[in-house]
Write a protein that binds this ligand. Sequence first.
Ligand SMILES: Cc1cc2nc3c(=O)[nH]c(=O)nc-3n(C[C@H](O)[C@H](O)[C@H](O)COP(=O)(O)O)c2cc1C
Length: 327
Amino acid sequence: MRLPYATSIDTPLILAPMAGVSEAPFRQICRRHGADILMTEFLSAEAIKRGIRRTLEGAEFEETERPIGVQIYGADPEAMARATAVVTEAYQPDFIDINFGCPVKKVVRRNGGSGCLRDLTLVDQIIRASVGATHLPITVKTRSGWSEESRRPVEIALRMQNAGARAFTLHARTRTQMFSGDANWDEIAQVVEALDIPVIGNGDIQTGDDVARMKAHTGCAGVMVGRGSFGNPWLFRDARAVLNGESIPDRPGAEVRFQVAMEHAMLAIRLQGDTRRTVVEFRKHLGWYTKGLPGASALRARLFEVESMREAAEIFEAYLEPILTAA
Ligand SMILES: Cc1cc2nc3c(=O)[nH]c(=O)nc-3n(C[C@H](O)[C@H](O)[C@H](O)COP(=O)(O)O)c2cc1C
């Protein structure tokens, strides 16, 4: 089954919405490495409604990022409709996704994110209000339930479909699980079986092979990748190779990784400003690009203290020097 956007792609690979990570620079890096669909981090409908500048900036993207979805969350149907209308008019993304999955206390306390899963009538109202406020497809992303006792992904999914959602992403964990335990891929398969709209599988994809395994296990229409992409945008390339029946290319060595890290850093400077804040928020990405390299923890410790991208480049050069001289 094809998604309502990116319709020509068989089994699209989707970069998960991730607060503080799936911002424009990382999205563009993942696109260059094969992510077919991108999504913004989740944005508060209340903040959009009130015109809070930093939240609105989160909805910005460049044309090269299409197809892209803007993700919003909130527990007030009226605010969700207003935010949907603002995002549609001001940013024209390819779709708008509603987050019913966020487990963070600050969000669920006001019934946002997965907090809504405790009240499926409210979920109905939120989806209907958003659908009525735009011509764009409204999609949803959720968890398998609030808690182990109220784990009922199929019931939740059917409610969301009936309210007008055009695609459904399941992160097959409950809110109370947060990120512990394994995502239950059987539940993704059950939802695929029950729904008429396309289902995107999400949870615990770490390699290109995992993508093919999830597709085979669940029959999902698309696969969403979150944490596995940290410092590893090559996962998308690897996944496409496996889905095409080709062998996985070699894992890039330090030189290529550092090149891409700096490409990513330059995008961050261009898109987020040449400021200390950009550098400080970028340190985590620098660390992730070193994962698995010899001496990675010492390297990471130094990268976590950089005050400029130039400093990061120098650390990379110093690390590579003996390797390049020996070669
Ligand atoms: C740092 C971080 C931020 C996240 N922010 C969001 C978000 O803004 N919206 C959302 O729907 N899910 C968010 N998630 C959940 C991911 O989209 C995804 O559902 C989850 O990480 C499971 O996929 P994975 O096992 O591939 O990481 C976030 C996850 C992480 C690790």
